[in-house]
Ligand binder design. Structure first.
Ligand code: NAD
Length: 291
């Protein structure tokens, strides 16, 4: 079994890489933050000095980076994966990025005989720690089959949704649903509070009915406990909705609710909450309603 490279050891990448180590894989890791590398090396990985070196030492490599420009730089830039990777090797990009950029990167890699899957995830830090992420994969069936066991070490559900880029299209759909749900929950809880009903009791009363959801159960308790440390940063959700709006424009699909929630997130960012958890959407409503 060849070594696996892992680049991007942030909130998600750290626990995901540790789960691969626990599953018995030998990892070669890289991040620009040295402390992050040290932590995963302490768990059993080997460090590398650049994405190029990671690629040269492995036949499969995973990236878990913030956005499209970071993935482009790490894969195609100076000292990037493309400079070190051998023919036949596979990049699994698990970052949530613009699907058009995924396809652009895959085409450049293909010229060198390097294969690619896009495999963004849903579930956040708790499911990354438990190894129970939902992983949505785009790419060729045979490449998916070859990487399935690796992905299964990080996820409870690993589904191939189509060819390259399809994983990130699916992730955009996921991010629209999550953002709009948090906004709906916030709007409702602030109404309840100002109308004199305990939000905790509202949550308990409705969570088993049609308004109940995974988003409500994950976010309402944190929001009511005023826990806004990330989690999933507002800045990253702005990135996802910007990618969704761009994709909507590209294929001709109006996204009016996404556009509205995007502006709410922008307002929070301007208010200094870009690095807060997206549960802080409720702060926008509280300010509006003077709660
Ligand atoms: P993060 O900011 O915590 O981690 C990103 C890591 O990438 C950091 O350690 C950073 O140092 C590293 N990095 C940035 N540029 C680099 C470069 N040029 N070379 C090497 N390393 C570099 O972000 P995260 O929350 O772990 O999210 C990663 C991706 O997963 C994002 O696309 C995000 O949208 C997605 N995601 C996050 C969550 C969540 O709940 N946090 C859930 C699902 C999906």
């Amino acid at each position: 079994m060849g070594k696996i490279g892992f680049i991007g050891l942030g909130i998600m990448g750290k626990p995901m890489s540790k789960n691969l180590i626990k599953a018995g894989y030998q990892l070669v890791v890289y991040d620009i933050v040295k402390e992050a590398v040290a932590e995963v090396v302490a768990a059993g990985a080997e460090p590398a000095g650049s994405p190029r070196e990671v690629a040269a030492r492995c036949d499969k490599f995973i990236t878990m980076l913030p956005n499209s420009p970071h993935v482009k730089e790490v894969v195609l830039g100076d000292n990037g994966i493309i400079e070190g990777a051998q023919q036949g090797s596979i990049l699994i990009d698990m970052s949530s990025i613009d699907p058009m950029v995924t396809r652009e990167i895959a085409a450049k890699l293909k010229e060198k005989g390097i294969r690619m899957l896009d495999a963004p995830v849903s579930g956040g830090e708790p499911k990354a720690i438990d190894g129970t992420l939902s992983i949505m994969v785009g790419g060729r069936q045979e490449d998916f089959d070859e990487c399935y066991d690796i992905l299964k070490a990080m996820g409870a559900s690993v589904v191939r949704v189509g060819d390259i880029g399809a994983g990130n299209v699916t992730k955009l759909a996921n991010q629209i649903i999550v953002a709009l749900n948090i906004a709906a929950m916030s709007e409702a809880l602030v109404l309840a509070t100002k109308a004199g009903v305990e939000p905790e009791l509202v949550y308990q009363a409705i969570r088993g009915g049609l308004a109940g959801s995974a988003v409500l159960d994950a976010k309402a308790p944190l929001v009511m406990a005023r826990k806004f440390n990330p989690g999933f940063r507002i800045n990253l959700h702005i990135k996802d909705l910007a990618n969704a709006l761009a994709a909507g424009h590209e294929v001709g699909v109006p996204l009016p609710l996404t556009a509205t929630v995007m502006e709410i997130l922008q307002a929070l960012k301007v208010d200094g909450l870009g690095d807060a958890d997206h549960g802080a959407i409720i702060r926008f409503y509280e300010k509006l309603a003077q709660v």
